[in-house]
Design a protein. Structure first.
Length: 206
């Protein structure tokens, strides 16, 4: 059964004071309302045959602080809600509490998936950036080795160059731990930057 069908089945069991705002919204949804699959997107609408009915729907929902908009679709005026918070509020007003809970659970799962995806994308970007930086460092050191040699390097830079080539996949923290004595990440970064500047200088002279 569609999400719209589930809402209507639940609303059919609800009773409100006749002619009340809640009853009006419930009856309107049963007659002309529908909601898209919330897993794909949030969209709830009423298809009204005249402007007056659409205006009354919007006014009634505003009384419950629910923001709705309208659009003309052929000869019908469609009143719709796009924000999930407003849809949740409307379901509560109409008494579709089971569907409300289902929607809230879907929202939580969706937010969790989005959060995980953002984190994975961020970590992937960081890994890619780290790998690119490591490759550049290794290329620079290889260039120094082939066009300048290590003999004239300071002991710190010579050891740094050797460790970087020996452990191409190591992080800055790990590289620092391989040095004797150990050096922090900032120290490792400083030495690698010096090697990179030297490689650029040699290339400039060439």
């Amino acid at each position: 059964m569609s999400f719209s069908g589930e809402i209507k089945r639940e609303l059919e069991k609800k009773t409100f004071v006749p002619n009340s705002k809640r009853a009006f919204l419930r009856d309107a949804f049963l007659e002309t309302g529908s909601m898209s699959n919330p897993e794909k997107g949030y969209h709830l609408e009423f298809v009204c045959e005249d402007e007056a009915h659409a205006a009354k729907l919007i006014e009634t929902m505003q009384a419950f602080e629910i923001a709705a908009k309208r659009v003309q679709r052929k000869r019908y005026t469609v009143v719709y809600i796009k924000e999930s918070e407003d849809i949740v509020r409307l379901l509560n007003v109409m008494g579709a509490h089971n569907c409300l809970m289902n929607l809230e659970n879907l929202r939580i799962l969706k937010d969790m998936r989005n959060s995980i995806n953002r984190r994975v994308n961020c970590e992937t970007a960081n890994i890619s950036k780290t790998v690119s930086a490591a490759n550049k460092q290794i290329e620079d050191i290889q260039y120094i080795k082939e066009h300048y040699g290590f003999d004239d390097l300071s002991e710190n830079l010579r050891e740094m160059a050797r460790i970087r080539l020996e452990y191409p996949d190591a992080t800055l923290k790990e590289l620092g731990e391989y040095l004797v004595p150990p050096v922090g990440k900032s120290g490792v970064n400083h030495r690698l930057r010096k090697l990179s500047e030297l490689a650029d200088s040699i290339k400039g002279k060439g």
